[in-house]
Ligand binder design. Structure first.
Ligand code: PEP
Length: 256
């Protein structure tokens, strides 16, 4: 049996100036910056990547971005590329977040290009999939997740697939306080792992980490993180306070 190290990632979204982000990063580093049982990633806004990267220096906390363009450079006003993120020593990048899909019209095809580009530049994509409430109520959850997963990972080699982190984020649970039950989440996570087995084989599928995202907090973390196929969390709201984020990292440390 392959043991997957849990990964807890904080998505700070469009919050915190560079100065405020550094203060938050410093608090996190003081509390958990030396532990190595769980992988921890923080994803500040682009404007704070450099300063937060410096604040994380010497700690075990890694730096992630919240998005990137698939091209390396060029006439893409307002965008930022994988080499630019690498220059700040980012190791991870969130791709295909439902807020990008919904508010910025990102398609599966575009997200797929970004996944390929991230891997080409040694960035680990935290690739997000998940259904809306209407899709869940229509019984389409697994179909939606299957389409997003298969399209988003098209052309990814077996060798690089283990660098991908998938985040299952039911859209109806993001920022709403509504959380998927551990059974609902585990069902989808197991389904994603079965898709990965079909795409990349059993060995690779067992290595890929699948995070849960959507109103994770200390009250529900232990149960979610205790599920067989839940390998960590992508955390929005609760990652904006060092105390609540650190509690979640600690919950991941003890989860079996
Ligand atoms: C997210 O945006 O990825 C997320 C999971 O947010 P929240 O934890 O606030 O639901």
């Amino acid at each position: 049996m392959i043991l997957r190290k849990k990964l807890m990632a904080g998505n700070w979204k469009m919050n915190r100036t560079s100065t405020d982000a550094v203060a938050l990063a410093q608090e996190i580093v003081v509390a958990i910056g030396k532990q190595a049982e769980v992988d921890v990633v923080v994803c500040p806004p682009f404007t704070a990547l450099e300063s937060v990267g410096k604040a994380l220096d010497g700690s075990t906390v890694k730096l992630g971005a919240q998005n990137m363009h698939s091209e390396v450079s060029g006439a893409f006003t307002g965008e930022i590329s994988a080499p630019m993120l690498r220059a700040f020593f980012a190791t991870h990048v969130i791709l295909g977040h439902s807020e990008r899909r919904t508010y910025f019209g990102e398609s599966d095809e575009f997200i797929n290009k970004k996944v390929i580009a991230a891997l080409k530049h040694q960035l680990r994509p935290i690739f997000c999939v998940g259904e809306t409430l209407a899709e869940r109520e229509a019984g389409a959850t697994l179909k939606v997740v299957q389409t997003q997963t298969e399209r988003g990972l098209e052309g990814v080699s077996k060798e690089l697939a283990t660098s991908v982190v998938i985040a299952y984020e039911p859209v109806w649970a993001i920022g709403t306080g509504m959380v998927a039950t551990s059974e609902q989440a585990q069902e989808v996570h197991a389904f994603i792992r079965s898709l990965l087995t079909k795409l990349f084989g059993e060995h690779v599928a067992q290595k890929v980490r699948i995070l849960y995202g959507g109103s994770m907090k200390s009250a529900n973390a232990a149960e979610l993180l205790g599920q067989k196929d839940i390998d960590g969390g992508l955390i929005g709201g609760a990652s904006l306070e060092a105390r609540s984020f650190v509690e979640l990292v600690k919950a991941a440390t003890v989860a079996k």
